[in-house]
Design a protein around this ligand. Structure first.
Ligand code: ZN
Length: 311
């Protein structure tokens, strides 16, 4: 019964977490009839105990934790471009600068309780704050549900949160801060050694090839048009993306990001009458594409090659 449950969960999460796998191994290794077990044998290690918790509870706990990280991310999106410390001062209202009391700083809940307004000055608070919190909660919950408590899910979470941070900062200010992208490259490379979804050399090639390719495009654009079409921020960002998801992922991200950006650009020109030189936040589209590729890249490539059955 327990074994069939574990097997069922293993197929559902596809990639079994290392904790579940190690539990399966340790059980088969135990002698079948060893008589009454000692207290020591019966005592489970904390990781074994954690593996007994149904994955849906772990995912729910991760999502709740994600709400708090989302709240922190909101502060980082607002503060990083302004060069304000992310940790000090405590949360404040961007309108009246009043410090937000802890009981009014509960993710999503406070927003609903206060009717989307600041508790002090009653100015409306952007709906983006609770949306970011919910998005980060979803990232945490779905990652743990899909990959369990593993390096795979930790990497997916760090990557998606960094992409959300860069996407919104680029949308707000048209900048991609070095303070995110440069450490991001190093973190991506470091995680490639423990993340089973990417090989370390693939991460290295991804960072160099992705960044190099975009640098070339930026250079050609500058020579041909005589103006800067793409900033160095985009180059560093795609290097970071390559470090996290490998060279194929980086190329697919550039392709998909350009496609999404072009479609949005065309829609803006058609509907809002923007002209061709209206600067779109390319980093925002890259971020969206990168997360899509990280989560569904395999399925996307299968679908794409399926379009050419003769090959
Ligand atoms: Zn206020």
């Amino acid at each position: 019964m327990l074994d069939s449950y574990a097997a069922c969960r293993r197929t559902r999460t596809e990639i079994a977490t290392s904790t579940i796998r190690s539990r399966g191994r340790s059980r088969t290794q135990k002698p079948a009839s060893a008589g009454p077990r000692s207290e020591l044998e019966r005592a489970m290690t904390s990781s074994e105990l954690l593996a007994e918790v149904p994955v849906v509870y772990l995912a729910a706990a991760a999502a709740a934790f994600g709400l708090c990280i989302g709240s922190f991310l909101n502060a980082a999106i607002y503060r990083l471009p302004l060069h304000v410390s992310v940790s000090k001062p405590r949360s404040f209202c961007p309108h009246c600068r009043a410090t937000i009391q802890w009981y009014r700083n509960i993710p999503v809940v406070s927003y609903i309780m206060l009717g989307g307004r600041c508790g002090e000055c009653k100015e409306p608070i952007s709906i983006r704050y609770p949306l970011v919190e919910l998005a980060v909660a979803a990232v945490f919950g779905v990652s743990v549900w899909r990959w369990g408590l593993s390096w795979s899910s930790l990497t997916a979470i760090v990557f998606a949160c960094s992409m959300l941070l860069l996407a919104l900062i680029d949308a707000d200010h048209r900048i991609l801060p070095n303070v995110v992208t440069l450490p991001g490259i190093l973190v991506g490379l470091a995680l490639s050694f423990v993340n089973p979804r990417v090989l370390w050399w693939d991460a290295m090639v991804g960072a160099v090839l992705g960044g190099g390719l975009l640098y070339l495009v930026a250079w050609i654009y500058l020579k041909v048009r005589g103006q800067e079409g793409m900033g160095m921020g985009d180059v560093k960002m795609i290097a970071m993306i390559g470090a996290f998801i490998g060279w194929k992922g980086a190329l697919l991200t550039i392709f998909l990001g350009s496609l999404i950006g072009s479609l949005v650009g065309i829609v803006l020109i058609a509907i809002k009458g923007r002209d061709w030189d209206y600067a779109l936040p390319f980093g925002t589209f890259l971020a969206l594409a990168a997360v899509i590729v990280d989560w569904f890249g395999g399925e996307l490539l299968t679908w794409y090659w399926g379009l050419f059955p003769s090959l």
